[in-house]
Design a protein. Structure first.
Length: 699
């Protein structure tokens, strides 16, 4: 296919002014005036914007046409590594054991149960059947009722993260007449199975109200349980394992507060535990007569208190697990006899198991240098075991039940890989490199064991670095399509995450945000110096806030990278954070700063905002991916970025934009559809490091 010329977006300058500074927003017209309506109905996108996005899609497809066969091969081999009829380990709850599974060839999960001690399977909800005939379908949550007679389930049919909640009668398999719309997706049942709680979303997509829905009544009759009017705060709801209380969390990027809801009396007023105050984050776990409270009140890396059920206010908290320097307590799960903590030190996670009566504790040890742990849900409070998943970049996932008293690990499932997969042929390791200010930046690596560290290997470097989210060194079958072709795969654990404790997050946000970019660039250059790769052979990859990272490094160190993959990239940072009418802007001020009222925050964001720092220089090849119905990073951000790059860059590229016209932030939800998207990105990475990259994109 002969490549088309890159689409040239019309320049329609709009002059912006803040803090005495004026600048031109040349492509503001790409933001549809009716963008809220577009999120709910993509067909309402104005014709001129649709035509531009479709022209971009056509150009990207033409530029990548020579890789079509490779993309098909990549998707085929990635699918071959999946166990198509994979199934979860059943989780017991009362008379049943619940689990999900895939059918061979199915895109979506089936949710099932069997009698507790074994017997005939019942399919409670068939994701493939529910998705049939829909352009987009993503299940959000499924919760069976306490009496095991009903199943509440929520799904999004646009990609805009506006869920609808329905209820299935498990005796007949039919949906009840109940329908709740414009919900976040989470559902918590009342103790009597006659009602449920859900979170309503406002017109700006912010979860702001916990609502009670009684079965058989219309949504218009639903009652507000708790409301948060301040747009800088989010609301969520979760059930305790005991099933008699729910927790409503009101949280921002800096602090939180918890309210306890009595699930035996949804008309009772929720009880506030500790009112919000700047910098204080805490969460609850129910132990029947008391709560465990994970809090940073005494140490930024958290400690654990107990609080009486009848007097949970902060004045009554008693120490249970003291803080320890260098150990971040990420989460906790309470059982009748033990408390389980998920903690992290020096970028490596581990479990701490504590006897509730004696307070004797032990650490669950793992041998790998770098790995990932996931603490799975357990329905029953009296369970003597907790369930977790262990994986490493070179070791497939293993699901264990851990006996908290005997300390025995019972392997329940090992992720199946393609026949002939030899984990010993690969190496996974953790290294540390120095940032410009002396900080030790961890990097998780995966490569073939026989790698010659002579700089000859191409390398894909992944980064994120925001919101305190730690990037785990988990197992991914997809990565082997790169590694088996000679790539090194690296996760650079930049500041903005919590891999090295809460300090690591604090030093990568607000005024310290530039540390995130410096860490990634330093990591890339260190990998060159250590012989893992060489200049011109690194492809950088990040998404969402990690897409901001991609846009920043493209401006700051374009010569270090052969290519950049930016998924749903937050690249119009300054304009977005200046616009308090956008869905997520007010809550984001505590992450990035408030450039409306704070001149210093304005100057800091303006100094790195990718669109605002594109310059007349040579750029690497760039693939930007967007979703039309994305409420988190709106489609026009990558569209404006790509247009700005093409207008100002002096060479390099190509710069490609692909917008999914029927999906949002997470892309296509089907598991095989997602493989096609990954195949496109990996083929782009391979082309970027080729001897003559992207010849087809140069008319």
């Amino acid at each position: 296919m002969k490549p088309a010329h890159p689409p040239i977006a019309a320049r329609k300058p709009v002059i912006r002014t803040a803090h005495g500074v004026s600048w031109s927003d040349d492509y503001a017209w790409l933001r549809a005036d009716n963008w809220r309506e577009v999120l709910r109905n993509p067909s309402t996108l104005p014709d001129d914007i649709r035509a531009h996005l479709e022209a971009e899609n056509a150009y990207a497809e033409a530029a990548l046409a020579p890789s079509k066969a490779l993309r098909r091969q990549l998707a085929k081999e990635m699918r071959a590594r999946l166990k198509e009829d994979d199934s979860e380990v059943p989780q017991r709850d009362g008379p049943f054991a619940y689990y999900s599974r895939f059918r061979h060839g199915g895109q979506h999960r089936l949710y099932c149960r069997r009698p507790r001690e074994g017997g005939k399977e019942s399919v409670l909800l068939d994701g493939d059947a529910r998705a049939e005939g829909q352009d987009f379908f993503a299940l959000h949550a499924l919760r069976h009722s306490p009496d095991h007679k009903l199943l509440a389930w929520s799904a999004d049919d646009k990609g805009s993260e506006l869920a609808s909640v329905r209820v299935v009668d498990l005796a007949t398999g039919a949906d009840l007449p109940d329908l709740v719309t414009n919900a976040q997706g989470e559902v918590v049942w009342s103790a009597d199975s006659a009602a449920f709680l859900y979170v309503a979303v406002d017109e700006n997509h912010r979860p702001w109200r916990v609502m009670r829905h009684r079965l058989g009544e219309p949504q218009e009759s639903d009652r507000v349980v708790l409301e948060e009017a301040d747009p800088a705060w989010f609301v969520s709801v979760s059930a305790s394992r005991l099933g008699v209380r729910a927790f409503v969390s009101i949280h921002g990027h800096d602090s939180s507060e918890e309210h306890v809801v009595d699930l035996t009396d949804l008309d009772a007023k929720p009880r506030l535990v500790a009112p919000r105050r700047p910098g204080h984050r805490y969460g609850l776990s129910d132990h029947g007569d008391f709560f465990f409270v994970r809090s940073n009140a005494e140490a930024e890396d958290f400690c654990v208190f107990t609080a009486p059920i009848d007097a949970p206010e902060e004045a009554h908290w008693a120490p249970f697990v003291p803080p320890r320097a260098g150990r971040l307590i990420e989460g906790m799960s309470a059982f009748k006899t033990h408390l389980v903590l998920l903690a992290r030190e020096d970028a490596v996670p581990h479990f701490i198991v504590i006897d509730v009566e004696t307070r004797e504790r032990h650490r669950v040890q793992f041998e790998s240098q770098t790995y990932a742990l996931a603490l799975l849900s357990t329905f029953e409070f009296a369970s003597p075991t907790f369930r977790f998943v262990f994986s490493a970049m070179n070791a497939s996932a293993e699901t264990y039940d851990y006996d908290m008293a005997s300390r025995e690990r019972i392997l329940r499932k090992k992720q199946e890989t393609e026949p002939g997969f030899d984990a010993s042929a690969y190496v996974s390791r953790l290294i540390f490199v120095d940032a410009p200010d002396g900080a030790r930046v961890p990097i998780s690596l995966l490569h073939k064991r026989d790698l010659a560290r002579d700089g000859g290997a191409p390398l894909l470097a992944y980064g994120y670095g925001a919101y305190g989210h730690a990037m785990d060194a988990n197992f991914s079958t997809n990565r082997f399509s790169l590694v088996d072709r000679g790539f090194v795969y690296a996760i650079i654990h930049v500041r903005g995450g919590t891999e090295m404790g809460w300090r690591w997050y604090r030093e990568g946000k607000l005024a310290a945000k530039p540390n995130t970019f410096a860490d990634f660039i330093a990591g890339a250059r260190a990998l060159i110096a250590k012989g893992y790769t060489s200049a011109g052979k690194i492809v950088a990859h990040g998404g969402s806030a990690g897409g901001l990272l991609m846009g920043a490094i493209a401006n700051m160190a374009p010569e270090a990278f052969a290519g950049i993959i930016a998924e749903v990239p937050f690249v119009d940072t300054l304009a977005t954070i200046l616009d308090e009418t956008l869905p997520l802007t007010p809550p984001e001020w505590l992450e990035w700063g408030d450039p409306i009222r704070d001149a210093r925050a304005f100057a800091t964001i303006r100094s790195y905002s990718p669109i605002d720092n594109v310059s007349a220089q040579r750029y690497p090849a760039i693939l930007a991916l967007a979703g039309l119905t994305d409420p988190r990073v709106t489609y026009w951000e990558p569209a404006k970025w790509v247009a700005t790059l093409r207008a100002r860059m002096t060479g390099g590229g190509p710069v490609l934009l692909t917008t999914n016209m029927g999906a949002g932030h997470g892309g296509r939800p089907g598991r095989f559809d997602r493989l096609e998207d990954v195949a496109r990105m990996y083929a782009f990475a391979m082309e970027a490091v080729a001897a003559e990259p992207f010849a087809a994109a140069k008319p």
